[in-house]
Design a protein around this ligand. Sequence first.
Ligand SMILES: [Zn+2]
Length: 356
Amino acid sequence: MQQLYILFALLLSGSALAQPAQNVILVTLDGVRWQEVFNGADSTLLFDPMYSRDTASARKQFWAATPAERRKKLTPFLWNTIGQQGQLYGNRQTGSRMNVSNPHWFSYPGYNEILSGYADDRIKSNDKIDNPNVTVLEFLNKQPGIAGKVAVFSSWDVIEAAVNEKRTGIPASSANEPTRPVTSADTVLSDMTTLYPREFGDGVRADFLTYFSARQYVKQKQPRVLFLSFDETDDLAHAGRYHDHLRMVQSIDKYLADLWKMIQQMPQYAGKTAILVTTDHGRGHTPKARWKDHGTKTADSYQIWLAAMGPGIRAAGEQAGGPVLFQNQLAATMARLMGFTFTCDHPVGAPINTDQ
Ligand SMILES: [Zn+2]
């Protein structure tokens, strides 16, 4: 059965790309819904003082008459840059659907599926257990020219287990673990990471610190494969803080704009880098339909989305219709963008044909 699946995956994997990317950046925003990505702020949450304490300022910051205006307010980089030069999948209102294939609809099963290309029954909790699967990061880290040039920066500490830092040797700067400063800027970052107030405990680093740590690493080490994994959006949603959740989504969008602008000035990256932005799971529809939550008790929280841009990704913008896509296709998509076919000892989802 497994051999058959692999054969099937190979048949579906399509042709190689004419011009693969030299570098790829995978970004995850934890528990961010397709509803916000495609419609911007949701009035059932934005205008409810239980979810947005200062509804006047929340409205001022995120409300506009149409979904098209609201989504540009919330995530201008996704819409003004990726929307123009890349692709966005998952707007169910236009018939573009993307789902997780794991039966859990929470974080670690989702990250495993993104990274290893299949839903593994063994990953069924958020416990920090080392991932037994070969991930696409490990696969790429064994390719000539890429070995030693794969790096992970995550706000959530479980990500270092999801990428199995111990077995693979891929550096994974996760949560608030101390780093060894090299430059004076590193020292400031390191001190800030030690001293700032932890909002969600020691297992979560503030997303802005994760971003600045990663940016520093990109400047210094220029990895060819970067996994940048943010977390606070999910914590803020569980806490019922919709306005703050949107502020975090908007900040991460700004980090991505900043990163993209910076790397377009760097010869190693300019015009040679693909970026994939996605999420580990969705959430409930409205306050009454468990927006704060996700998992199998929360209807439709298996629904996800994807934004993609760079070499090998046609500037087709927002997608409508098309086949249902799955989270398990992201690993092979990432490999294909760099010119590789992701194969390992477990079945993997077929790559998305982003060049068509
Ligand atoms: Zn969660």
